[in-house]
Design a protein around this ligand. Structure first.
Ligand SMILES: NC(=O)c1ccc[n+]([C@@H]2O[C@H](COP(=O)([O-])OP(=O)(O)OC[C@H]3O[C@@H](n4cnc5c(N)ncnc54)[C@H](OP(=O)(O)O)[C@@H]3O)[C@@H](O)[C@H]2O)c1
Length: 289
């Protein structure tokens, strides 16, 4: 398969390039394909003739999105719809990534693919709009909702990830205050990429939840990162109401893996096991970057 990956400089794109290496893969960073530029999408399709476009490009700085709703909807909804239209014209499949932030967090059991969405933030609303636009444009889509992504390329990519932020704070010995009343499942980008490869090769279509196994609060995640890094920097749990942020986040956003079970694709391992691998891998070639 000829596969074009957008957002090619990002952390998930890096692991997708590895997982999809048996195919003919081209990863394009924003400088080579800005997904908000319709002409750039058209000339990429005419040049590459992709069987699959994997869209990892997004505006996902959740608090910044509150101040920039137009840019959020442009990158996270209008541009994915253009990619979907291009896929329909060229007979290609669109793989797109969405988020647990399309849900409001009112549930206390894992969200299923068919559960009602009710985003609390501009980011969540723009991603929800992107999902709907894609579904309304082409049947040949795979929308993968995921949560709390950490990939080894985040060591050096522009937006990094939560693990790198915690390691940086721990190394500085700064006191760390992390929210304990938001529950999610951290997702290792390497495992997510492998799952996407399996879904793509099995020609699964529709909306699929793919996250790590287990669940935790951001506080528990941070405490584990700091402990495994061998740091003695204290991590203190705080409540969301004590650390108000511009964007509201769901209190509970664990995602159930119903579709993965139905199609017989193995779900990613427990987040804690994956965190071990992440920390081992980042101590390797990435350490010097
Ligand atoms: N990270 C998470 O915790 C998380 C959780 C749930 C869902 N997701 C979704 O997973 C996907 C991948 O996220 P990620 O963690 O790999 O993010 P990432 O590391 O920030 O990568 C996203 C890439 O998209 C690029 N980009 C932004 N606007 C673009 C545009 N207009 N045209 C082309 N490229 C553009 C960014 O480039 P710049 O550096 O130039 O901005 C960045 O390299 C996204 O759809 C995100 O919404 C992520």
């Amino acid at each position: 398969m000829k596969i074009v990956i957008t957002g090619g400089e990002g952390q998930l794109a890096a692991d997708l390039v590895q997982s999809l290496a048996r195919h003919d893969v081209v990863a394009l960073g924003r400088d080579r394909l800005d997904i908000t530029n319709p002409d750039a999408i058209e000339s990429m399709c005419a040049r590459e003739r992709p069987d699959v476009i994997v869209n990892t490009a997004a505006f996902h700085q959740v608090d910044l999105c509150e101040d920039q709703p137009e840019q959020s909807f442009l990158v996270n909804a209008a541009a994915p719809q253009r990619l979907a239209r291009a896929c329909a014209r060229y007979g290609a499949t669109l793989v797109h990534f969405s988020t647990d932030y399309v849900f409001d967090g009112a549930k206390s059991s894992p969200y299923r693919e068919a559960d009602t969405i009710n985003p609390l933030s501009v980011y969540g609303s723009s991603k929800a709009a992107g999902e709907m636009a894609i579904r309304g444009t082409t049947e040949r889509h795979l929308i993968v909702r995921t949560t709390g992504v950490f990939g080894v390329a985040g060591v050096s990519s522009r937006h990094g990830n939560f693990v790198e932020t915690m390691l940086r704070l721990a190394a500085r010995g700064d006191s760390m205050f992390v929210v304990a009343d938001q529950t999610l499942t951290p997702t290792y980008a390497g495992d997510l990429a492998e799952c996407v490869r399996a879904l793509l090769e099995a020609e699964v279509k529709g909306t699929v939840h793919v996250t790590g196994g287990g669940q935790c609060s951001w506080y528990e995640f941070a405490a584990d990162i700091v402990r495994l890094a061998g740091s003695s920097t204290p991590v203190t749990p705080v409540m969301q109401r004590d650390r108000p942020m511009p964007a509201r986040r769901p209190a509970y956003s664990v995602l159930a893996h119903d579709t993965l079970h139905r199609v017989g694709i193995a779900e990613p391992r427990h987040w804690r096991e994956a965190l071990h691998e992440y920390l081992t891998r980042r101590a390797g070639p990435y350490a010097s970057q």
